[in-house]
Design a protein around this ligand. Structure first.
Ligand code: OOB
Length: 558
């Protein structure tokens, strides 16, 4: 196996280059409030292993004979993996690209890296070489951790391509058949020096999330030990998690939502049980919920819709589920109502971003509120502003762009000065690009993306306005409205829709019918679609959000 490390001893200092910490005065305020644990991110796992060694920590359901590791077993495996990484030459502060499907191996590798002081870049299985190479170059990653052939895709080929493109990636570790590469390493932690808690700067990056935007290449988001531990702990409090909870990771585990909101990390802070699967379809997950008495899980709205429909025919008993978190994209109000009706008032709306801010509806919010809003900021230290185009604050009840600053919200993307000048205000607020409306209670309703407007014949049309009205049509299950270049109009409005299960087979849904429906609902005539496309499914991003960039490319006339 080739040695990953060079003679480089500067990696920890190197990690800090291009990282933007909180300014000292603000960091002091958070410190005075004692919201940060000042411990490495692996500390909750170590603590859980000491306190409840025999409690189930992780169950891997990918194999037919499901494997459950207790906290003691998980932490022992993590120490061996960490020692393996150190023996292979990885050094604290270095960055490594991590790309694995949900499995116990993913959990062990993630914590193994953290325990070795190495910062993983949390990519998703759906990413391909253009994103991976961009993230590897941006983080100067020294290694790539991936899998063999999964779901018809050979990640070792991606590895070869990546190494041709990005010179820093010296080593590839593969879960499964490594081929020409290295296997995931394990070594004796007794004879390997691992960094101690005292060796770790809790305000340095622990790991990197990637931005979820659907335009352009993803950006690196450095999350510190302190801010991410706070994210996990505060989320666990809002979800009222206890050691008796069992959380199902159904979304890709490297995404902020299932990882830390409260996700796997939140569950570990309370010593609960995490069940992982890489197949989120109801025929698989409903059985898992019944078998493991799952109490909490997180879904994107498109999946939540599928689960809701499946409650009508899947026989499994899923009554143990007390909290169904839905977020990542807007959950339409009728869908929230239907989910609550099908599953028994379990929905929690989650509006979050890898950059930081997480909003939750609370467990004791009235159900009508839970159905109508996307949540309220989780921390009393979150500073949320809603502003107009000039950057002036708008009153509650008025649409504006959400700006945010706070203990767990970044001050800048990693090594992206030019971008940061646009994405952050001089006072350090992150410009989310999300259009929201704030209620006097502090709850936020997301009303779209600031830039998601179509300029048709000089009129501005907000895509989500048209989408929401389309979804009121009984034949439409999902809708995405985009602008397509047009010689006379500048842009024309194109509505791509997925038909609902109730729509009679063989009957065509026509543009005139849809336009009449929208006009009768009171939509202005310039907002009516110029084109209607019925599609079997809408294209989605790596975590399952509607991907409008791909949609536009597929609809554009050649
Ligand atoms: C989550 O994080 P990202 O980084 O993949 O995407 C963030 C963006 C937000 O800026 C917003 O545009 C959109 O996704 N979004 C929502 C939403 N939740 C996220 N838009 C409308 N309604 C919602 N409920 O997506 C994420 C991170 C942590 C927890 C949950 C989601």
């Amino acid at each position: 196996m080739s040695d990953v490390g060079t003679s480089d001893t500067t990696s920890e200092a190197d990690l800090q280059i291009g990282f933007r910490p909180h300014p000292d005065a603000i960091a002091a305020r958070y410190r005075d409030a004692s919201i940060f644990p000042d411990q490495p991110l692996w500390h909750p796992l170590e603590r859980a292993a000491a306190r409840h060694p025999d409690a189930p920590a992780v169950t891997d359901t990918a194999t037919t004979d499901h494997l459950t590791l207790s906290y003691a077993e998980l932490y022992a495996a993590v120490l061996r993996r960490a020692a393996g990484f150190v023996q292979a030459g990885l050094r604290p502060g270095q960055r490594v690209i991590l790309q694995q499907h949900n499995s116990a191996a993913f959990v062990i590798t993630l914590f193994g890296l953290l325990r070795a002081g190495v910062a993983p870049v949390m990519t998703l299985p759906a990413h391909r070489v253009s994103e991976i190479a961009h993230l590897a170059a941006g983080s100067a990653a020294v290694a790539y951790i991936t899998e063999d052939d999964r779901r018809g895709y050979d990640y070792r080929e991606l590895a070869a391509d990546l190494q041709r493109r990005v010179g820093t990636v010296a080593t590839v570790f593969v879960d499964g058949d490594p081929g020409v590469y290295a296997a995931l390493p394990d070594a004796d932690p007794e004879t390997t020096r691992l960094p101690s808690a005292e060796d770790t700067d809790p305000d340095a990056p622990a790991l990197f999330l990637i931005s979820g935007g659907t335009t352009g290449l993803p950006k690196l988001i450095a999350r510190t030990h302190n801010d991410y531990a706070y994210n996990a702990r505060r989320s666990a409090e809002v979800a009222e998690l206890t050691a008796a909870d069992t959380y199902l990771v159904a979304l890709p585990g490297a995404h902020n939502f299932p990882l830390c909101c409260p996700g796997m990390l939140g569950v570990m802070t309370v010593g609960g049980h995490t069940v992982v699967t890489d197949n989120p379809s109801p025929d698989n997950t409903f059985d898992l919920i019944e078998r493991y008495r799952v109490t909490v899980t997180a879904l994107v709205p498109a999946l939540a819709q599928v689960w809701c429909a499946a409650t009508e025919w899947e026989p499994a008993d899923i009554s143990s589920l007390r909290l169904l978190q839905v977020g990542g994209a807007k959950l339409a109000e009728p869908d929230a109502v239907a989910l609550d009706a099908a599953l028994g008032d379990v929905v929690q709306q989650v509006f979050g971003m890898a950059e930081g801010l997480i909003c939750y509806t609370r467990l004791d919010d009235p159900r009508e509120l839970v159905h109508a809003v996307q949540g309220a900021p989780m921390s009393e230290f979150d500073e949320v502003r809603v502003v107009d185009e000039n950057g002036d604050d708008v009153p509650d009840g008025t649409d504006g762009e959400l700006l945010v600053r706070g203990p767990y919200t970044i001050r800048g993307y990693y090594r992206a000065d030019e971008h940061n000048a646009r994405s952050f205000t001089p006072e350090g607020f992150y410009r989310s690009g999300d259009r929201v409306r704030r209620l006097p209670s502090g709850h936020l309703a997301v009303t779209g993306r600031i830039k998601d407007t179509i300029v048709r014949a000089g009129e501005n049309v907000a895509a989500d306005d048209v989408e929401e009205n389309l979804l009121a049509h009984e034949s439409i299950r999902a809708a995405a409205v985009v602008g397509l270049a047009d010689e006379s109009l500048g842009e024309k409005i194109c509505a791509a829709v997925v038909l609902s299960h109730d729509h009679p087979r063989g009957r065509e849904l026509t543009l005139p019918e849809v336009r009449t429906f929208l006009a009768e609902r009171g939509l202005a005539s310039f907002k009516l679609p110029d084109r209607l496309v019925v599609v079997p499914t809408l294209p989605v991003t790596a975590v399952g959000k509607i991907d409008k960039a791909v949609l536009v490319r597929s609809l554009q006339e050649p």
